[in-house]
Structure formats: structure tokens, C-alpha cells
Design a protein around this ligand. Structure first.
Ligand code: MN
Ligand code: MN
Length: 312
């Protein structure tokens, strides 16, 4: 892919990454908890946003993955910068609306905040679900330009609901991949970036891929990594990811985040965007840009502050 890192490229990729979350969520949501075989016999290969599924969704309807990402982004926007209490409050307000879907671990963490003001769940061996990872995009955007901030904020937001080393590691690794993708780094560079995660936590190894796409963050990330690195465009990445079934809306959302950051706006099929509510698309675009404005990365309208030789 062409190496580009102008401010405008980065803004466009940031928008595509956030829209990718929504599109992937909407595409996968109707297939949640199905096996690949069940999907195939019921639908063939799903390439369109059809809704349905166990939540009986309207085509284009998004779920907790996008909604919790929006909570984080809106809180940051409202406070004009990072605010963990602001994010916790946004999650609480969201839970009070009785959302169509909430993960158990997320619900427990938000309840603990509502009842006791707890901003950090204690370590729990059962917290290795993908619920903290699925809402990482606004965190990656508002920390763009600083690895340290990324680690700090990723863990803060994750621990509101999930406190487990595998979830932590996945959140940080995903954030780093998004940062590199926004800058226009190559896929081989992104793949190298993953080595640290795969060395420290061998269970994330996805070559060979075993085909599990559950809500266990290890399965989720293996599914996303496998399909992201195997495919060559946004559409096939998402189609192959969600047709794996399992936690398809969440694997879809995370694949959409990564593929959106990597391929940019041109990659996202227009027919998918058309299915999503117009106001939501607009809000997502605005919030994506706002997150970048609040990030440590200072836009000069010039090329990114990285030399082209770093980008191979
Ligand atoms: Mn969901
Ligand atoms: Mn899900």
C-alpha cells in the first residue's frame, strides 16, 4: 500500500475506523452465536447487512459494541479530554436506557460503579472476555501519538468492567495496531508489531487458525488477526470475519476498526454505510475527528512526524 501520513489521510482513516466499528457490528450482529455451518445453511455467505439474529435486529441496527464506543467518545468530547469518571457516568446512563444487549461482565462493572462509585474492577479470572477490547477505538484515537497514554487509558477504561491480563494485553496491542494503521504503515509492519503480544501471551497465536470466534478475548483476537492479515480489502476482511459466527458482532466491530484504519474510507462498501442511520454516521465521523483533535498528536497540516523510512 502507498505510504501516506498527511493529517488529512489520518483524519480520514480515523473516521473509517470508527465507522468500521459500526458497520462490522451491524454486519455481524444478525449472526451472533451461530456456527459457521448454521450461517452457511441459513444464508449462504453473508455479504449484506441483514439484521435479524437472536436480537431480532433491524438491518443496520448496531449493538453494545458501537454504543459503548460512543459512550467513551461522547464523554471525552464532553469533558474536552480524558475523564474516567465521565466515561463511567456515560456507561451508567447507557445501562439505564436498557440497551438491547449488554455483556455480563460489562453489566457487573457498570453496576459496581453505579452502586459504589467503583472505577476499577478487581482482578477476576473470568474477565477475559472481549468487552473492553471492542470499545477501544476512541481510546486509540484520543491517544494517537503517545504509546504511554495509550497504555494508561486503555487499561483505565478496560478496568471499569474487565480486569484480566489477556484483556489488557489485547486492548493495548489493538490500540497500537490502530495507531500504526492510521499512519499508513504496511501490513507486514503491523504483523511485526504483534510479535510482542504473541511472545508474551502465546495463546493469541493465530497461525494456524483454529476457527474459534467466541467472546473469549483470545478467540476473538485470533479471529480478527487471521482474517485481517489473510484478506486484502475491507469488505472481504469483514465478510470472512462475521461468517465465522460466534461473537460475530464483536469480531466484526474489531475487524472493522482495524480494517477501517488500514484501508480508509474508500474501502468501506457504500451499500453497507447506507444501511446505518444517517445521524449516527455523522456523529461517528464528527467524534472520530474530535478524538484526534484532543490527542497528543499535533496536526500541522504537514506530513506526520515520522520519517518515511520508519514506515516499511
Ligand atoms: Mn454486541
Ligand atoms: Mn457480541
Amino acid at each position: 500500500m502507498t505510504i501516506t501520513g498527511t493529517a488529512e489521510d489520518i483524519r480520514t482513516r480515523a473516521r473509517a475506523a470508527f465507522l468500521g466499528v459500526a458497520v462490522g457490528d451491524a454486519l455481524g450482529a444478525g449472526l451472533e452465536f451461530m456456527t459457521p455451518g448454521e450461517i452457511r445453511s441459513k444464508h449462504g455467505t453473508v455479504r449484506e447487512i441483514i439484521g435479524g439474529g437472536w436480537l431480532r435486529l433491524k438491518p443496520g441496527q448496531i449493538t453494545d459494541d458501537t454504543e459503548m464506543s460512543l459512550c467513551i467518545a461522547r464523554a471525552i468530547d464532553l469533558k474536552g479530554g480524558w475523564s474516567l469518571p465521565g466515561i463511567a457516568e456515560a456507561f451508567a446512563a447507557w445501562l439505564r436506557t436498557k440497551p438491547i444487549d449488554v455483556g455480563d461482565t460489562c453489566r457487573r462493572g457498570i453496576r459496581n460503579y453505579m452502586l459504589k462509585g467503583v472505577l476499577e474492577s478487581p482482578y477476576n479470572q473470568w474477565d477475559a472476555g472481549n468487552g473492553a477490547c471492542m470499545r477501544m477505538l476512541p481510546v486509540a484515537l484520543c491517544t494517537f501519538g503517545s504509546e504511554n497514554l495509550l497504555e494508561d487509558y486503555a487499561l483505565q477504561q478496560a478496568h471499569l468492567t474487565h480486569n484480566h491480563p489477556l484483556s489488557d494485553a489485547a486492548c493495548i496491542a489493538l490500540g497500537r495496531l490502530v495507531h500504526l494503521a492510521l499512519l499508513g504503515y504496511s501490513k507486514s509492519r503491523l504483523r511485526r508489531e504483534l510479535e510482542e503480544l504473541l511472545t508474551n501471551h502465546e495463546n493469541f497465536r493465530f497461525e494456524p487458525y483454529h476457527g474459534l470466534a467466541t467472546a473469549y478475548v483470545v478467540d476473538t483476537m485470533q479471529t480478527v488477526f487471521h482474517h485481517f492479515f489473510k484478506t486484502r480489502d475491507f469488505e472481504s476482511c469483514l465478510v470472512e470475519t462475521v461468517n465465522q459466527g460466534g461473537d460475530a458482532d464483536t469480531t466484526g466491530a474489531i475487524a472493522g476498526m482495524l480494517a477501517g484504519a488500514y484501508y480508509g474510507m474508500e474501502g468501506i462498501p457504500k451499500r453497507w454505510l447506507k444501511k446505518i442511520d444517517k445521524n449516527l454516521l455523522e456523529e461517528i465521523s464528527t467524534l472520530a475527528e474530535r478524538m484526534l483533535e484532543l490527542s497528543p498528536y499535533l496536526f500541522s497540516g504537514q506530513a506526520a512526524p515520522f520519517s518515511a523510512s520508519d514506515l516499511s
